[in-house]
Write a protein that binds this ligand. Structure first.
Ligand code: ADP
Ligand code: MG
Length: 647
């Protein structure tokens, strides 16, 4: 003898939530054969819905066994139960439980989404079912535009979508007037005659009269079980028409994305605010990195502009700041031997000191540079007008000066030709014999054009009051090996001074040091940007949690009609990912725009590179997955019964 369709043996259900355990079903034994039309009757609170939920695999017995076609339900996992709800059972609820932002057709389609039916087949089948139920002219209406009876018919179409061999209706007419109730019962009667097994819960004996068997239940026990008439076997309850268990295929993916977009559009303002966090995060990564890169490139170029074949000999031992001890050993006598060293093209001394410059009644603080006549050649920095001082000037302690562009601008604002004028440096008068061309900023950002240049002899004697120099700057011959020249100078000066009271830097060192400083800055900017991205992610998580809480009932409905917890997880995850994806794209655009705007407004240099853009976008995407996962999992782990009970 084949196993009965549904068989409950000694099924009890005890609710333990909140203090006293409450036993709602007591040792219920019930066998239902395929093709039956059963009414379950009882007073309110007698346990009818609890029994129905167990039959429909939404709930599990606390004790006893429930088997479907001989297979014990307790042995099935969550996905198998979802498959049963999806393909074997069709639920009809007292309050219809349609999804308010889906049309009639889309509501009816939902169970087929979860078995992976193609979109066009789905829509066609749903429309056919709705037409058969007399809703041909209401296909695109939303639940709020339909009467109670019409909504219940949409929910019947949904129950039939995957075949619905067993229709479970919990007080399907409870919210309808008597006319609407009769129509629904007429439909159920017709479905029964087509071979569906129908189980209806009701407390109305008129409704129960449609059934062929009436099971009465009181206080969790079956009190009577009367069969009015025998029926022949109905259609075999199979695992639905499509049969195959849908994996996370393209259909589900597309549907999850579509539903995600729909829900995001539905909550436009909330979506926009959530995205804002991501947009700001991504945009700041991109813009700040571009600004950081630009600044770094600026510094490197400024260093290179000063000449790459230069060596600077600074006073003071290596790794000790010049100011830490007064070093007086850089003397004019060193100069000829430095110039004579192997591979050296030119060498000049340099001593810089802030000095007061005066012309007429104009005062100006400038950098006075005492140096040699080869300064323009060593630094590739020619005069714009007039001349630089000569070797002769140096020898004669001449009181001549060459001015920088900024000095000229500030000292002669009326456009007076500075050449031939006398200016006072300190208290000594100097004849202006030239103006150097503009050089811009030092790597540290100081204005190199706010300087004046004088013979080191005159400067030492008349202004600085010292014979010794701060630095020597050496120009290496183009064909010479930089490090060999550096080594040569090193041993030369050790020999001359008797100790290492100097250090020699080449431009490559300087660039490397500047690079390091700039990189630290860039990393700092990146860290700030990443923090804002994380804050954005937390915003996403927050909003998703709200969304899950708001839509708990929807989740319950979806689970009742066949969504696996995976499907629910996926739907919410899709939402988070879509937010972060779109936010990420917008962030990239905003970052590029912000960077360009910065360079246009502030005049800063920005350099966009691909890695920050890719990384920022990828981070936004990952943020969506990571921060969306928790809320999505919360949704997926909801108990369908609890979720359905929520208002
Ligand atoms: P009916 O559908 O026959 O009106 P139910 O099966 O819904 O009755 O409920 C039977 C009893 O179980 C009621 O007393 C109800 O309060 C209780 N009950 C239902 N669901 C829960 C639950 N989740 N937790 C605790 N008690 C519940
Ligand atoms: Mg009930």
């Amino acid at each position: 003898m084949p196993s009965p369709l549904l068989e409950l043996k000694d099924v009890s259900r005890t609710y333990s939530s909140g203090g006293e355990p409450l036993t709602v079903l007591r040792e219920v034994c019930l066998t239902i054969q395929s093709g039956e039309f059963v009414a379950i009757m009882g007073a309110s609170g007698s346990g009818k819905s609890t029994l129905m939920n167990i039959i429909g695999c939404l709930d599990k017995p606390s004790s006893g066994t429930y088997s479907i076609r001989g297979v014990e339900v307790a042995s099935l996992n969550g996905d198998a139960l979802a498959a049963l709800r999806r393909d074997t059972f069709g639920f009809i609820f007292q309050r219809y439980n349609l999804m308010s932002d889906l049309s009639a057709v889309e509501n009816a389609e939902v169970p087929a989404v979860y078995c992976g039916m193609a979109k066009t087949d789905r829509a066609a089948h749903a429309s056919d079912l709705l037409r058969e139920l007399g809703l041909g002219d209401r296909l695109e209406h939303h639940p709020s535009q339909l009467s109670g009876g019409q909504q219940q018919r949409v929910s019947i179409a949904r129950a039939l979508m995957n075949g619905g061999p067993v229709i479970l209706a919990d007080e399907p007419t409870g919210a309808l007037d008597s006319q609407g109730g009769k129509e629904v019962m007429a439909i159920l009667e017709k479905l029964h005659s087509q071979g569906h097994t129908i189980i209806v819960v009701t407390h109305d004996s008129d409704i129960a009269a449609y059934a062929h068997r009436i099971v009465r239940i009181a206080d969790g026990r079956i009190t009577s079980d009367e069969t009015q008439q025998k029926v022949e076997a109905g259609i075999q309850a199979q695992t639905g028409q499509t049969g195959n268990d849908a994996g996370p295929g393209a259909g589900i993916l597309g549907e999850a994305l579509k539903m995600a977009l729909r829900s995001l559009v539905h909550n436009r303002l909330r979506t926009a605010l959530t995205m804002l966090g991501i947009i700001i995060g991504v945009a700041s990564v991109i813009a700040l990195m571009a600004i950081g890169n630009g600044a770094k490139q600026d510094v490197v170029e400024r260093i290179q502009a000063m000449g790459t074949d230069l060596l600077t000999i600074m006073r003071g031992p290596p790794a000790v700041r010049a100011s830490a001890e007064i070093v007086t050993s850089f003397l004019p006598e060193d100069l000829p031997s430095i110039v004579g060293s192997q591979g050296v093209a030119m060498a000049i001394p340099e001593t810089n000191l802030s000095s007061l410059l005066r012309f007429g009644n104009q005062d100006l603080m400038v950098t006075a540079v005492g140096t040699g006549e080869n300064f323009p050649l060593v630094h590739d920095w020619p005069p714009q007008s007039g001349v630089f001082f000569s070797a002769e000037h140096v020898k004669r302690y001449a009181q001549v000066v060459t001015l920088g562009q900024t000095v000229v601008k500030n000292l002669f604002p009326d456009g007076t030709n500075p050449l031939g004028q006398y200016v006072l440096i300190g208290s000594a008068p100097f004849l202006v014999i030239g103006v150097l061309s503009s050089k811009g900023l030092t790597p540290r950002g100081d204005d190199m054009d706010n300087s004046v240049w004088l013979p080191y002899t005159t400067a030492g004697a008349r202004i600085f009051g010292q014979r010794f120099f701060n630095d020597f700057v050496v120009r290496v011959k183009p064909e010479a090996d930089m490090s060999a020249v550096q080594a040569g100078l090193h041993s030369l000066l050790i020999k001359r001074h008797g100790k290492e009271d100097f250090n020699i830097r080449n431009q490559a060192d300087t660039i490397a040091t500047a690079d390091e400083t700039q990189n630290t800055l860039t990393y700092l900017l990146a860290a700030i940007a990443v923090i804002s991205l994380v804050v954005g992610g937390i915003g996403v998580m927050n909003i998703m949690l709200v969304s899950v809480t708001e839509r708990t009932r929807e989740i319950g409905i979806r689970m009742a009609i066949g969504a696996r917890s995976f499907d629910v997880l996926f739907q919410f995850l899709a939402e988070a990912v879509v937010v972060c994806f779109i936010g990420g794209l917008a962030g990239v655009v905003a970052g590029l725009g912000g960077g360009l705007a910065t360079s246009a407004i502030a005049g800063w240099r920005v350099i966009f590179t691909v890695p920050p853009i890719v990384i920022a976008f990828a981070c936004a995407f990952l943020t969506g997955i990571i921060f969306g996962y928790l809320p999505a999992r919360k949704a997926a782990q909801l108990d369908p019964i609890d979720a359905l009970a929520r208002d």
